[in-house]
Design a protein around this ligand. Structure first.
Ligand code: AVJ
Length: 322
């Protein structure tokens, strides 16, 4: 086995700089917002792993079952030599794909990418140990600006699983799909995992679990600001809110101030006032319809090769080709 290599495009300093920019923009806006990528420090990544095991959070296990049932089919529809995975996190579900692609005999290299260096290092080490013939090269970066540094020298498939595409608003999704299309060669592929529009009484509890793990995950973004920007948020004074926006067909997570509050973001020299019950938007998680996602892919030039869905139509794997 060769040890995995790790490439860091997002230094700690760049990360802080990006956070400074986002925090200033989002916390001085009305309504206030923060981008979801800041959930994932070591603690946040750990909390997300806990979320994936909650009874209410169906996406991870549904996608895992879809991958398990269809990995061989995906592998034979692909023939990829390099698997690039955006937002790979723990790479747990990817093993199913890696198994099928190595059995299929084509795969040579796995390139997991994530914003969380700790999650990535752990995943890269484990995958390397379990797939000794595979070259593993991890990339620490923001997926929206990683695409320029993609490895080449083999037929590539970019996997973007877990429904993370839904964290982008439609204009950002268009920009993202355009740039994926631009870096791929004709015949190369994109494998998307997307949550589908389902009944709100299944959807909402997935983002508002009984044990309160999602609430803690949500509030963790405030601890990230405290740690990185020397802010003085008291996370426990914010209530977790998850709601289904039926017009936009997305889940929105917010943090609601329980009382009037003054917060200092010392590294930004910024004082932020919260009125009692004021809400800060921390994430959107859009859900898709099959014709909608095909349409978005086509608008960026992709052809849809194949779609797999679970029996309850809660989640879809979509294989698209440039
Ligand atoms: C990792 C972005 C796919 O949107 O379902 C889980 C993140 N947020 N619970 C999602 C999340 C709240 C998750 N993604």
């Amino acid at each position: 086995m060769t040890a995995p290599t790790l490439e860091v495009h997002l230094s700690d300093a760049q990360m802080t700089e990006a956070l400074r920019w986002d925090a200033r923009a989002g916390l001085t806006a009305s309504p206030k917002w923060l981008p979801p990528k800041w959930f994932y420090d070591a603690r946040g990544s750990e909390l997300f792993e806990q979320i994936t095991e909650l009874p209410e959070y169906y996406p991870t296990r549904t996608e895992r079952e879809l991958l398990r049932a269809n990995a061989a089919d995906i592998a034979s529809s692909s023939g990829a030599e390099i698997l690039v995975e955006l937002g790979s996190g723990s790479s747990e579900k990817t093993r199913l794909l890696l198994n099928a692609l190595t059995e299929h005999g084509t795969l040579e290299q796995y390139v997991p990418q994530d914003v969380s260096a700790t999650a990535l290092q752990g995943a890269a080490d484990q995958i390397s140990a379990d797939f000794p013939s595979l070259r593993v090269h991890g990339v620490v970066s923001d997926f929206t600006d990683t695409l320029h540094n993609l490895p080449s020298g083999g037929r590539r498939m970019i996997a973007f699983l877990g429904g993370t595409l839904g964290n982008l608003i439609p204009a950002e999704r268009k920009e993202f799909l355009d740039s994926v299309y631009a870096v791929l060669e004709p015949g190369e592929q994109l494998l998307l995992g997307v949550g589908l529009v389902i009944e709100p009484d299944v959807l909402v509890p997935a983002y508002d679990d009984k044990q309160g793990v999602t609430a803690e995950f949500n509030r963790n973004v405030l601890s990230v600001l405290n740690d990185r920007l020397d802010a003085d948020f008291v996370p426990e004074r914010f209530r977790h809110v998850a709601l289904w926006d039926s017009d936009n067909e997305w889940i929105e997570m917010r943090l609601e101030a329980e009382s009037d509050m003054t917060v200092h973001i010392r590294d930004l020299d910024l004082t932020v006032e919260f009125a009692r019950h004021e809400q800060l938007r921390t994430e959107i998680s859009a859900k898709f319809r099959i014709d909608g996602i095909e349409h978005e892919l086509a608008a960026s030039g992709f052809g849809t090769q194949k779609i797999w869905t679970d029996t309850d139509d809660r989640f879809a794997l979509v294989l698209a080709q440039r």
